[in-house]
Design a protein around this ligand. Sequence first.
Ligand code: AMP
Length: 214
Amino acid sequence: MSDVVFLGPPASGKGTQAASLAQANGWIHLSTGALFRDHLKRKTTLGELARTYIDRGELVPDSVTVDMVRERLRDVPTSTRVVFDGFPRTVPQATALDDLLAELGRTLSRVVELEVPRDEIVRRIAGRVTCASCQAVYNLETSPPHRPGFCDRCGGPVATRSDETPEVVANRLDVYERQTAPLVAFYRGRGLLERVDARGSLAEVRRRIGAALP
Ligand code: AMP
């Protein structure tokens, strides 16, 4: 089954939507941000390297990121769809993904761009907390955990991510505009891009994404 990429600025909902669609359909959700945070938690060498970039809101170098994705993809059967979330984030990563997919006999059939206005992004991140254990995301205003401070899914502690302070978020948004937004033209040129309005309820957005997928 062909693979898909979710593209969008921080807090556009790509992680939440990718996780929910993957779980419902038996697809693999591949989030490079979540993989890096897992390395951080386990204090691996890769995690220690990634930390210096993540804490500043900068991108981890392409070669490191691509090697981590290659490792994760190695054992995924070609019959199982992969939903890439937060990868690729630069044009060199996108061309590396092409090579990687070709190498593994996989194909990319859609890139879904989740669109959210900047003022809404800032508002969403202000209320956002993440589970330190399973990385489920909550919003204290719109979708808080049922038991304050603890994850509904796994019971782990929820807290504000260290890269979600206002200064780091501002930098992440600039980095998105500078380094990731060019991928919109890159994939549009290849006829793969579908834009989806990511405002509204999770269910509404999920329906729009479902309609945009092959
Ligand atoms: P995310 O969870 O997708 O918001 O990612 C959190 C942070 O992890 C980013 O701000 C980057 O520092 C790093 N990161 C995640 N994905 C990538 C990627 N594809 N390339 C480089 N850095 C990444």
